[in-house]
Design a protein around this ligand. Structure first.
Ligand code: 13P
Ligand code: SF4
Length: 307
């Protein structure tokens, strides 16, 4: 039955000339059938160059929307339309636009984890891979708004030495990692390195040996001579790390409510079965007005040119 589902998916993919893109926070089963995996930047870059007619995007809504903004002529479908993002939701676009309009002398750099409406109200988009570079590309005296993630913003403030005006948003997954558990794990495994995503609170980042995007965390673990790592991001990344480094040990950091694992509830709504239905019915599909798409495209293109 399960193998029927996988062969049905393969058959539909060929019939539709579809490509499957997946983020590292997807279930291992989805990661294993993906044609391309990446962090938010790599997925956006891949979406520009694919020649498939259909993009089946296994990630969350803002990622699928980004693929559609960059690919108006392709059909972008997702397994579950409810796969949202708490960080994107923390910046409702009308409220965000009013705030930005009240700071007309600021350049607005917005993390890609936001809706098309928020992108449209921004000057440049960034991801965790290129945020530092994008901030540093602006003149020293430029007044900068950074949104919507206050933790990533605080981290970038420290890294770049710039005074950023921050929106008060956060990721529900990264903000609940437990500092107490991290200290306990470090005591028990003194030889382990801590690898963290910059969406984490400073109380986690200050104990970390490497801070970066999902791709950068996976690459660091691969390139390191050391054998044990404590992982402070969504544990989906551990699937790739274990595949690439079967002899190394990866310990997911628990949350402050005692849960041993901290999966993103939005990312994990996608399933192989829903992927089959999406390709069968060509829905749910991302549809955007051309006016909004063009407004959101300009700051995304600025990011791609700077990346
Ligand atoms: P990256 O894969 O770009 O590091 O993003 C992490 C994330 O939270 C995506 O929602
Ligand atoms: Fe959004 Fe956080 Fe889930 Fe990423 S991990 S999709 S930022 S809620």
């Amino acid at each position: 039955m399960i193998s029927d589902t996988f062969s049905r998916l393969e058959k539909l993919k060929k019939e539709r000339n579809a490509v499957i893109l997946a983020h590292y926070y997807q279930d291992p089963d989805i990661q294993d059938v993906a044609d391309f995996m990446g962090d938010s930047l790599a997925l956006a870059q891949y979406a520009v160059k694919t020649d498939a007619d259909v993009i089946l995007f296994c990630g969350v809504h803002f990622m699928c929307e980004t693929a559609k903004i960059l690919n108006p002529d392709k059909r972008v479908i997702l397994p579950d339309m409810d796969a949202g993002c708490s960080l994107a939701d923390s910046a409702p676009h009308q409220k965000f636009k009013a705030w930005v309009d009240s700071h007309p002398d600021y350049t607005v750099i917005t993390y890609i984890n936001c809706s098309a409406g928020v992108k449209a109200a921004s000057d440049i988009i960034c991801t965790s891979s290129n945020a530092e570079k994008i901030i540093n590309s602006l003149p020293e005296d430029e007044k900068i708004i950074f949104a919507p993630d206050k933790y990533l913003g605080a981290y970038l403030q420290k890294k770049t030495g710039r005074d950023l005006l921050l929106w008060d948003g956060s990721c529900q997954v990264h903000e609940i990692f437990s500092e107490r558990e991290l200290i306990r794990l470090k005591t028990r495994h003194p030889e382990a390195l801590v690898l963290a995503h910059p969406e984490c609170d400073e109380n986690i980042l200050r104990h970390s040996d490497h801070i970066g995007s999902t791709t950068s965390i996976i690459k660091f673990a691969h390139d390191s001579n050391l054998e044990k790592f404590i992982i402070a991001t969504e544990p989906g990344v551990i699937h790739q790390m274990e595949k690439e480094n079967p002899h190394k040990t990866f310990i997911p950091l628990p949350t402050n409510d005692g849960c041993a694992c901290n999966e993103c509830p939005h990312m994990r709504l996608n399933t192989i079965e829903k992927m089959v239905v999406a390709l069968e019915t060509m829905s749910p599909e991302i549809i955007l007005s051309e006016e909004l798409r063009l407004q959101a495209l300009a700051p995304l293109e600025r990011m791609l040119a700077l990346s």
